[in-house]
Ligand binder design. Sequence first.
Ligand SMILES: Cc1cc2nc3c(=O)[nH]c(=O)nc-3n(C[C@H](O)[C@H](O)[C@H](O)COP(=O)(O)OP(=O)(O)OC[C@H]3O[C@@H](n4cnc5c(N)ncnc54)[C@H](O)[C@@H]3O)c2cc1C
Length: 437
Amino acid sequence: MKTGDRSHCEVAVVGAGPFGLAVAAHLRRAGVETRVFGDPMSFWRKRMPRGMRLRSPLGASSIADPEDALTLGAYARRRGLAFTYPLPLEDFLRYAQWRLEESGVEVEARELRGIEKKGRNFRLRFAEGAPVSAYRVVIATGLANQEHRPASFLGLPRELVSHSCEHEDLAPFAGKRVAVVGAGQGGCESAALLSEIGADVDLFSREAIRWLGSEASEEKGSAPVKDLLRGLTRTKNGVGPFPLNHIADHPDVVRRMPDGFRREFIARCLRPAVAGWVKPRLSDVTRHLVQGELRPEVSQSAIRLRVEEATKTYDHVLLSTGYRIDIARLGFIAPELLRRIRCCDGSPVLAAGFESTVRGLHFVGSSAVYSFGPLMRFVAGTRYAARHLTQIVVARRAAPPLRTVSGTDFAGRSAPISPYSEFRKSRQCVGGSRESG
Ligand SMILES: Cc1cc2nc3c(=O)[nH]c(=O)nc-3n(C[C@H](O)[C@H](O)[C@H](O)COP(=O)(O)OP(=O)(O)OC[C@H]3O[C@@H](n4cnc5c(N)ncnc54)[C@H](O)[C@@H]3O)c2cc1C
């Protein structure tokens, strides 16, 4: 890693998780001068619990590189390892470190504090070091500052209530009474890990847990037919239920869906569901279905939740209540710039090349789910995102944009154009309109 002293670059990639690293490797390979800022894989190292396993299939857990040479499989072969599903987080992190070193991408471990537009360039200000100006910026900051906390838990002391993303190690909860709120993959796996280290765990959810895979099946003997059907209907990336999973693998198709239809499609694909291999690990966890909001009561060093007709006391409530994208909460986009980014429900509306309504400002990863679909939430999405973004950036370098013409975006481009008029119809959409050259 190094701290550069150049004051201008063509593309600044902010974020060094799977998306930022993949995009940077592709741009670099295409000869685009690129600088990357961020703490490599910090979300996976610091905001996921040790001992966790990846829910994504092995074949969908490679961080994309231009030659398809730095895959998880290539790493395993090089090291003489034989990975089996589900992959431990620690193995994935070792793979990511190897991939970063092999890719030749240099990362500057600097935290972005502010971004604003100055003429045709962006000016980036960091927690330390000199500011940088860039012609394009790719925001790849993942789920940082996007965690969702139910209103009734806001403002409570951190010793009593925390979000699951605040813990890389659940060991301090050994022997404690812990309520886990939320029964998606993260909540169930946290509950399992807590139970395995000796915590007394209750798991609260609004709906019954949706299990994935044959391991969760209670039926004995009927598995072969179900397994065969599962094998026939599943996709490599494993995102979404059949048959939506086949469409989810094509972000370019998802982007062209009518707005309301696409939202519904994304919601269906990202419905909370839990890998079957977690189920046996919850045998000592008490599960509660709740209706409406949980109303916590705090008393001295404990917190109480209403359970059925009684009230139960816990040492800690762990919120595994997911994430909601709202780029205003990133905290580093200058207000004037933010106003120019057209957003729907907090997500930027993106056109070809993951470009926002501010020319040269791109978003990849979770912020792109609204426009490009559920694949962008997962490592498997890095392949499409990095290739597509690089293709557009390179094409625009070669052919400077012309003025907007009616009904299309920029004339003379081969890239598909997003139907912005569609987005504008939506009442939840706010912010700027498309910049035209
Ligand atoms: C509990 C849990 C389990 C998951 N399991 C899986 C799984 O099994 N498979 C899967 O595919 N996906 C999984 N995901 C989703 C996973 O988070 C994404 O696939 C992946 O992290 C997306 O990569 P990213 O590069 O967009 O973001 P991240 O990995 O979050 O990386 C963000 C990067 O941005 C940097 N950054 C943030 N703010 C700033 C700033 N201000 N300045 C500079 N840098 C900044 C960070 O340092 C980091 O380098 C899981 C998520 C959770 C919460």
